[in-house]
Design a protein around this ligand. Structure first.
Ligand SMILES: Cc1ncc(COP(=O)(O)O)c(C=O)c1O
Length: 413
C-alpha cells in the first residue's frame, strides 16, 4: 500500500475526529490579548483554558522586555547549538538565577519542555538501568521512555505500596546487571490536579537506592511559599534529585529547564541530544524568562491572586455540588456523567449560550461515561468570573441531568 494512502485511511486516534472537530473543539483560535476574556469566533468569551497561571502573558513589564529584547537582539541571536556557537552570558545568567531560585547547585536550559524531557530521559539512563514511573505520567515522560532500551516498571498513580513492589523488582534486576534506578513522577498532575506523593517517594530512599526525577511543569511558579514548586510545597525540595520545570505555563513563554547537582547538569550539557543538536534558545526568550523570574520572585501578589481565584473557584464549585476530584493545585477538573455526544452538546451550549470557553476531556483520558471539564484559574480572573461560571455550570448540570444534551447537536458550530 502507498504510505500516503494509508495515512489517508488511518487518521490516528485524534485525527479521526478532525472532520467534526477542527476549528471548534480542536485547533480553536483564541484572539485578542491573552487574559480572562478573549475572542473566540468573533465573540468575547470567558477563558478557562490557558496555563497563564500568574497572568504574566500580558503583564506590561513582560511585554516591554520581550519587545525590547527582540529589537536589541533579533530572533536569530545566538546562532547554533550552545555547545558549538550559541552560548551567551545571558543564557548562563538565567541558569544561575534559576539554580538559586530552585535551591539547586546548577541548571541547564532546554529549548522546549516536551522535547527536553524526552532527551533528558534518553541521556540519564542506559540499557542496564531501570525506570520506575507513575502510570499517569505526561506524554513527554512516556515518549522519553520509548528511547529507553532497558527495563521499565510502572506503578498505579500515586500508589506507594505498589511503587515499593516495583522498587523491589528493580533492585533485584539492577543488583544483577550493575545498573541504576530512576524513579519518575510529576509534581502536579496536569489533568486531575493532584500532587505526586513526593514526600512518600523520597522517604523510600532510606530503603532503596534510586534517584528521583520530577516533572513539575504545573507546579513551577504556582506551588510552594516562593513559587519554587511542589518540592517546596511538600518541604522536600532537597530530595528531588532532578527537577524539571517549563517556561510554558506559570511564566507564559517557551523553554524549560532542569535543575540538579553541578555534576549532573555538566553531564547533561554534554549528553542531551535535544540541546547538542539544536539551535539554542533565542535571546529574547532568555531575556524574557529573566524578567518573568524576577517578577515571580519580587511580586508574590501574582501568586496570591492566583490562589485567591483557585480557592474561590474550588470552594464554590464544591459548595454547588460539583465533583472536583482530589485536586491539590490550581488545576480544577469538574467531573460530570455523560456520553461523548452529550459532552459535545454541553460544550457547545457553554460556549455559544454562556460564552464560557473551557476544555473538555473524555474517554480514553477519563473512564467511559465521564465528562471532565478542565478549568485553569489564573491571577487575571476575577471573583465575578468565578460566580458567573458556577451559576452557568449549575444550569448546564440541570440540562445534562434532564437529558437535554442527548441527540443531535443543539447548536451548530
Ligand atoms: C507535565 C508536563 N510536562 C511537560 C510539558 C511540556 O512542556 P512544554 O510545553 O514546555 O513543551 C507539559 C506541557 O503540556 C506538561 O504538562
Amino acid at each position: 500500500m502507498d504510505l500516503f494512502e494509508k495515512l489517508q485511511q488511518n487518521r490516528g486516534p485524534l485525527g479521526m475526529h478532525a472532520k467534526d472537530a477542527h476549528g471548534y473543539f480542536t485547533f480553536p483560535k483564541l484572539e485578542g490579548d491573552i487574559g480572562n476574556k478573549m475572542i473566540f469566533r468573533g465573540k468575547t468569551r470567558l477563558i478557562w483554558s490557558l496555563n497563564n497561571y500568574l497572568g504574566l502573558a500580558n503583564h506590561p513589564e513582560v511585554r516591554r522586555v520581550d519587545a525590547e529584547a527582540a529589537a536589541q537582539y533579533g530572533m536569530a541571536m545566538p546562532m547554533g547549538a550552545r555547545m558549538m556557537s550559541g552560548n551567551s552570558n545571558l543564557h548562563e545568567k538565567l541558569e544561575a538565577e534559576l539554580s538559586s531560585f530552585m535551591n539547586k547547585e546548577a541548571t541547564i536550559l532546554l529549548n522546549f519542555g516536551y522535547q527536553g524531557m524526552v532527551s533528558a530521559i534518553d541521556a540519564l539512563v542506559d540499557r542496564h538501568d531501570v525506570i520506575v514511573y507513575d502510570a499517569e505520567a505526561h506524554a513527554c515522560i512516556m515518549d522519553g521512555m520509548r528511547l529507553h532500551i532497558g527495563k521499565r516498571f510502572v506503578f498505579p498513580h500515586n500508589d506507594i505500596e505498589n511503587l515499593q513492589k516495583q522498587l523491589e523488582r528493580a533492585t533485584a534486576l539492577t543488583e544483577a546487571s550493575g545498573g541504576c534506578i530512576l524513579v519518575i513522577t510529576e509534581g502536579v498532575f496536569g489533568m486531575s490536579g493532584d500532587q505526586g506523593k513526593l514526600k512518600e517517594i523520597i522517604a523510600l530512599k532510606s530503603k532503596y537506592n534510586f534517584r528521583l526525577l520530577v516533572d513539575d511543569a504545573h507546579g513551577f511558579g504556582t506551588m510552594g511559599k516562593t513559587g519554587a514548586g511542589t518540592g517546596e510545597e511538600q518541604g522536600v525540595q532537597e530530595g528531588i534529585d532532578i527537577y524539571f520545570g517549563t517556561f510554558a505555563k506559570a511564566i507564559a513563554s517557551i523553554g524549560a529547564f532542569i535543575s540538579s547537582t553541578q555534576s549532573v547538569v555538566e553531564y547533561l550539557y554534554y549528553n542531551m541530544r535535544s540541546q547538542i543538536y539544536a539551535k539554542s534558545l533565542p535571546m529574547p526568550l532568555v531575556a524574557g524568562a529573566l524578567k518573568r523570574l524576577e517578577l515571580l520572585r519580587t511580586q508574590p501578589e501574582l501568586k496570591d491572586n492566583l490562589w485567591k481565584i483557585v480557592h474561590a473557584l474550588q470552594t464554590n464549585l464544591k459548595a454547588a455540588g460539583f465533583d472536583i476530584g482530589n485536586t491539590q493545585s490550581p488545576v480544577t477538573p469538574v467531573y460530570l456523567n455523560g456520553t461523548i455526544p452529550e459532552a459535545t452538546n454541553l460544550i457547545l451550549d457553554l460556549r455559544e449560550n454562556y460564552d464560557i470557553f473551557c476544555s473538555m476531556v473524555v474517554y480514553p483520558v477519563v473512564p467511559k461515561g465521564v465528562i471532565m471539564l478542565r478549568l485553569i484559574p489564573t491571577a487575571v480572573h476575577t471573583l465575578e468570573d468565578v460566580d458567573y461560571t458556577i451559576e452557568s455550570f449549575s444550569k448546564i448540570l440541570i440540562n445534562l441531568k434532564a437529558g437535554k444534551y442527548i441527540g443531535d447537536r443543539i447548536v451548530t458550530a
